[in-house]
Design a protein around this ligand. Structure first.
Ligand SMILES: [Mn+2]
Length: 321
């Protein structure tokens, strides 16, 4: 199926759903709102944007973010003509919205995860792109869609946040060129930077410092990790995004090769966020049926904290560590 057909399909679709992964980040929300505004402005159609969990407050500035629907506000018996999934490596990350995806008549998959399992009728997956936003920019250019200031702000947010502020190894000449093109359209980098990075709540900063203080180190400090229990989350009344960035803080220590954060999400169930400087931790996470990128990946481990740590460390040791 060629990308050109997408114009036709959007034109013919009476109802369009845009969906992204659970626990949406800047790229998920930036690419979802970008696709929404592209369709609104180029086709004069209002799509439905769907999220599955809390939207971090920092992203409230994104155009159209207030029109996003939560899963419990959407009719699950609905059969959409078209569903566009963005930044979604695997369908299980759609959680309760998988049913809507499966029933939809036509499916488009726009992503940048190397581990993407290529579901859908039109698949645009670029494993070398920094972000889903970068891929969407290229799709819009290929199809001659107008990119407004609103769309540019959404796409810039995607690229900025998924490159960690243009610092991670996925920051390519292409990402910077696209970012520059978005600045030409009217994005103000300093404004977006302040909104994304100097806009944290006091509670979040105090929670993160509390967590970082519990860090443990192994293998001459090459592995840094910590465990966040439900009781820690409750104590600080932590939102789901409060743990974002902690694994990066641990990786920022000069001795750290691999960092991971285990968050308790159920009885003997931990969500692991991993970061690395050199080794491929997407492979580590794939062992636990997770995935992601070479230096930033995640998975869920069903075990006690002690066992989860042991099993993850074992898998890290099996890599070229
Ligand atoms: Mn992404």
């Amino acid at each position: 199926m060629k990308l050109d057909n997408l114009n036709d399909i959007i034109n013919k679709s009476k109802n369009i759903l845009i969906a992204t992964h659970i626990n949406p980040d800047g790229d998920a929300l930036g690419s979802m709102t970008a696709v929404y505004s592209l369709i609104l402005e180029n086709f004069k159609k209002k799509a439905t944007m769907l999220v599955l969990s809390h939207i971090p407050n920092v992203y409230n500035y994104l155009p159209h973010i207030k029109e996003v629907k939560f899963i419990d506000e959407v009719d699950k018996s609905m059969v959409y003509d078209l569903v566009i999934a963005v930044d979604l490596a695997a369908l299980d990350r759609l959680a309760d919205a998988q049913i809507l995806y499966e029933k939809a008549k036509f499916k488009v998959n726009i992503d940048h995860h190397k581990t993407n399992n290529k579901y859908g009728n039109i698949v645009v997956v670029e494993g070398d792109a920094s972000s889903a936003g970068e891929v969407i920019y290229k799709v819009a250019k290929d199809l001659d869609w107008k990119i407004s200031q609103d769309t540019a702000l959404c796409l810039y947010t995607s690229i900025l946040t998924d490159t960690g502020g243009f610092r991670f190894d996925n920051t390519s000449a292409q990402s910077l060129r696209i970012a520059a093109a978005l600045v030409d359209i009217g994005v103000k980098p300093v404004d977006v930077y302040k909104k994304c990075y100097e806009n944290k709540s006091k509670e979040l900063v105090l929670f993160q410092n509390y967590c970082v203080n519990k860090a443990q180190f192994l293998d001459d400090d090459k592995i840094a990790y910590l465990v966040i229990y439900k009781k820690d989350l409750d104590k600080f009344n932590a939102k789901s995004d409060y743990t974002d960035g902690i694994a990066e803080t641990l990786r920022s220590i000069h001795t750290t090769e691999v960092s991971f954060v285990l968050k308790e999400i159920g009885d003997k169930v931990f969500k692991a966020s991993m970061r690395s400087k050199h080794i491929d931790i997407a492979k580590v996470c794939e062992y636990f049926s997770g995935g992601g990128h070479k230096f930033a990946a995640g998975c869920t481990v069903k075990a006690s904290a002690e066992d989860a740590i042991k099993r993850i460390v074992n898998q890290i040791h099996l890599q070229d560590f």
